[in-house]
Design a binder for this molecule. Structure first.
Ligand code: FPP
Ligand code: MG
Length: 314
């Protein structure tokens, strides 16, 4: 499934640097969140123009957050290429992120559904709170999983929730029980995605070959590190420079494998809760919307276990 996120005329031609930066940024992205929006809005019968607007909205917000995040994290790479702040300048990366958020508000307010505008503004605010909160935990090796869940709920799950909920809002379906259920499902998807992303840092199921140990080396104990080091003295983990150091600090590779198994089991429970919610969702949908249940079923395989989606190559 190839998705067009924007047309060249969406951005002013008199700002060539900005256009170049966006070409660079969006090329190579999987556009997964836009695909998720399409998966939901299709069975709900959204008009094609609405689907495009929602898909573009979520990708603009996500990419704005990445432009800023790479600068905050001082990450040199994004999607295998030089990060925008490094290639262009920190100033351009910040301005390009701000401009995407401004476009989101212009486009959504033109659409005219005030509840969609309000909800989207809330999600952007959540992303920022999550990033602030995460930053306050850097250097704290006594952090617990509950604190990290709170961060993940704000900085990651909020946008997954948006993908599930925004199409219902755009269709003016405000059923409270339905909204609560899809929020819960979005939270689980976001949490599972973030925990799986945290495993990439330890080179687990890292098929996309993301740089490893970035979190730990910058003093951030991510969810897997937090789980694996529970009950152990934390000081040895502060000086880990590579995976071998981490295995040694844990007391050996076999302890790492044991902890990985435990972490996967813990998250398998979350997957079961998600599948349970999916069954309940059936009861809240109209007959014509039931295709949504089929679409949402395989998501945990893709987001946690990192299996390739059936209909796409990315
Ligand atoms: C990636 O996390 C980053 C996020 C999920 C959100 C970052 C949010 C902000 C920077 C707040 C600003 C938001 C907007 C909308 C401008 P990560 O660093 O764990 O993942 P990575 O390895 O992909 O960088
Ligand atoms: Mg980052």
């Amino acid at each position: 499934m190839s998705l067009k996120i924007f047309d060249p005329q969406d951005f002013p031609a008199y700002l060539p640097k900005l256009n170049q930066l966006y070409d660079d940024l969006f090329t190579g992205g999987k556009g997964f969140r836009a695909k998720l929006v399409k998966m939901v809005s299709g069975p709900l019968g959204c008009a094609p123009k609405t689907m495009d607007l929602l898909g573009q909205t979520v990708e603009f917000i996500h990419n704005a957050s990445l432009l800023h995040d790479d600068l905050v994290d001082r990450s040199f790479l994004r999607r295998g290429k030089t990060a925008a702040w490094k290639k262009f300048s920190p100033e351009y990366a910040v301005l390009a992120g701000d401009y995407l958020l401004a476009r989101v508000m212009v486009n959504l307010s033109q659409f005219g559904n005030i509840r969609l505008v309000q909800y989207t503004a809330q999600v952007i605010s959540d992303l920022l709170e999550g990033e602030w909160l995460q930053d306050s935990l850097v250097g704290d090796f006594n952090v617990d999983l509950g604190q990290l869940d709170r961060v993940h709920n704000l900085k990651t799950a909020s946008l997954f929730k948006w993908c599930l909920k925004a199409p219902f809002i755009a269709q003016e379906n405000y059923d409270l029980a339905l909204h609560q259920l899809i929020e819960e499902m979005g939270t689980l998807l976001g949490q599972l995605f973030q925990r799986s992303d945290d495993l990439l840092d330890f080179n687990v199921r890292n098929d996309e070959e993301k740089a490893i140990l970035g979190d730990l080396k910058s003093g951030y104990l991510n969810s897997f590190a937090c789980f694996a080091t529970q009950g152990l003295p934390k000081e040895p983990f502060r000086s880990c420079q590579n995976l071998e150091d981490f295995f040694r600090a844990l007391g050996g590779r076999s302890y790492f494998d044991e902890k990985l198994k435990g972490f996967d089991e813990k998250n398998t429970f979350l997957i079961q809760v998600y599948q349970h919610h999916l069954k309940n969702l059936k009861e809240l949908l109209k007959e014509s919307e039931l295709g949504l249940v089929e679409e949402l079923g395989p998501l945990t395989e893709i987001l946690y276990w990192r299996r390739k989606p059936k209909s796409t190559s990315s």
